[in-house]
Design a protein around this ligand. Structure first.
Ligand SMILES: NC(=O)c1ccc[n+]([C@@H]2O[C@H](COP(=O)([O-])OP(=O)(O)OC[C@H]3O[C@@H](n4cnc5c(N)ncnc54)[C@H](OP(=O)(O)O)[C@@H]3O)[C@@H](O)[C@H]2O)c1
Length: 263
């Protein structure tokens, strides 16, 4: 069939209303593809869904707040029953940091980031892995961050939630190794999206969002374990491990990052 894309055909993307998730939705859209797109902002979600339909995909959407893991669990059970997903990319995430001048993050923010960046995607990957294994296989992609590799004093909850997801992805992958389900973690550096645009800091090796999405999709489709993108962030991670502890800590505590508050 002309224009038909190969590979998975029943696809879930979370965070599809913006940034990397929206670009992944467009990447996978094509005839023969059924997409279920999750987001929170109904208007932006509908607009991404329309783009994907224009590219030939059948598209359904769900507006849901992933800060509520139990609601996400119930919704996923319904949607997986209806779709029997063979590919899921859990891209939704929040990138908030300590407000400028504050000593710590707000406890409420730590709870929210813990749910959206770790508890909900880990729960969803767990549910999907079991269902996919029972159906004979599937692919799961999780969105981490290079923030997981460093002790960021201005973003303990973000770095910690992504570090938790990093270990979770590797452990789930190992557990699913003999059951036909691959688990891929993508750890981006800076990608040009609304999330990174809120940060006032140097953004070395900034990637455009379509390039980032294409690389993430390629890694998930190939069932790779871990993609760090772009690659210089792997070098920075290794370099940090070689630095004497006091030097690494001095660099991290002197780095100042300011973020525009959420709109
Ligand atoms: N951009 C970067 O430089 C960068 C770097 C490293 C890692 N990442 C990771 O990449 C992923 C995508 O980020 P992005 O850059 O594409 O950010 P983005 O443009 O801000 O998009 C974030 C997406 O997550 C959804 N989301 C956030 N909180 C949610 C909630 N409580 N319930 C439901 N959905 C929620 C948003 O939905 P609504 O917009 O509808 O609220 C949006 O679709 C995140 O996991 C992020 O941590 C990004």
């Amino acid at each position: 069939m002309p224009g038909r894309k190969r590979g998975a055909s029943r696809i879930l993307v979370t965070g599809a209303s913006s940034g990397i998730g929206a670009a992944l939705a467009r990447h996978y859209a094509g005839s023969g593809r059924r997409l279920m797109l999750w987001g929170r902002d109904r208007t932006r979600l509908d607009s991404v869904a329309a783009e994907c339909r224009a590219l030939g995909a059948q598209v359904a959407t769900r507006s849901i707040d992933l800060a509520d893991p139990q609601a996400a669990r119930a919704a996923l059970a319904l949607d997986d029953d209806a779709f029997a997903f063979d590919l899921a990319i859990l891209a939704a995430g929040l990138g908030d940091i300590r407000p400028d001048g504050a000593l710590t993050e707000r406890p409420e923010l730590v709870i929210e980031l813990g749910c959206v960046n770790f508890t909900t995607p880990a729960m969803m990957a767990t549910l999907l892995a079991g269902h996919m294994a029972a159906r004979g296989g599937g692919r799961i992609g999780l969105l981490g961050s290079v923030a997981a590799f460093h002790d960021l004093p201005y973003a303990p909850a973000y770095a910690g939630s992504k570090a938790g997801l990093t270990r979770f992805a590797a452990a789930l992958r190992l557990g699913m190794r003999d059951h036909g389900v691959s688990v891929t973690l993508a750890s981006p550096g800076f990608v040009d999206t609304p999330m990174s645009r809120r940060l006032d800091c140097a953004k070395p090796f900034l990637l455009d969002v379509e390039t980032a999405a294409a690389r993430i999709a390629r890694a998930v489709d190939a069932g790779r374990a871990h993609l760090v993108l772009p690659w210089p962030f792997s070098v920075l991670r290794a370099a940090q491990a070689l630095l004497p502890g006091p030097v690494a800590r001095a660099i991290l505590t002197r780095t100042r990052v300011v973020q525009t508050p959420r709109g």
